[in-house]
Write a protein of this length. Sequence first.
Length: 206
Amino acid sequence: MLVIWGRNNSVNVQKVLWCCEEMALRYERIDAGGAFGVVNTPQYRNLNPNGLVPTIDDDGFVLWESNAIIRYLAARHAAGSLWSEDPRARADADRWMDWMLTTFWPAIRTLFLGLIRTAPDKRDPRALEESRLKTAEVLGIVDAHLKTHQYLAGDAFTMGDIPLGCGIWRWMALPIERPALPNLQRWFDTLARRPAYKKTVMLPLS
Ligand SMILES: N[C@@H](CCC(=O)N[C@@H](CS)C(=O)NCC(=O)O)C(=O)O
């Protein structure tokens, strides 16, 4: 049985849960991280020396780093669908997965943490606004891409949609002003109709 450690409100844990639900893969989830602690115990550090979530144990194979986990699970259980057999199509999905971690998340992180996990009197309005503007700017890249693509890595849903799909829920659910990005909105609306996305990602932000 696949075991997943991680609290279900974490963006990186949600990536893995959503991926599993899309593949109808059975798993056991153990709360860890944030208020649940666990991540600083020697047992957990043995599995993941970073003390972060998610971590998986798939019949003795331990893996951390959310995108690596998605790639592994999709290659193992969804080759030809979530995980394309074609190297170029797969690289396209990989590209958007990495872009979420290296470009989108650094842009939105301050805004998300500020509005959701920081008391109002401790917020830095200037930093929040900078983060909002930067996020809107980088999402312009996605909007332009989605003008000619149904999904991030082509015309079918793939693992490439999962990381940014988790991130975009935060952008859509935050109480902020958002510029009109019609192609991005269309992509999000499509994701929002997927039962697995509703179940694992579209949760109240916390
Ligand atoms: N690059 C790592 C980042 C993991 C990470 O930063 N996880 C956060 C939650 S989203 C975490 O563990 N924070 C500490 C905690 O929850 O205690 C990945 O993608 O898995």
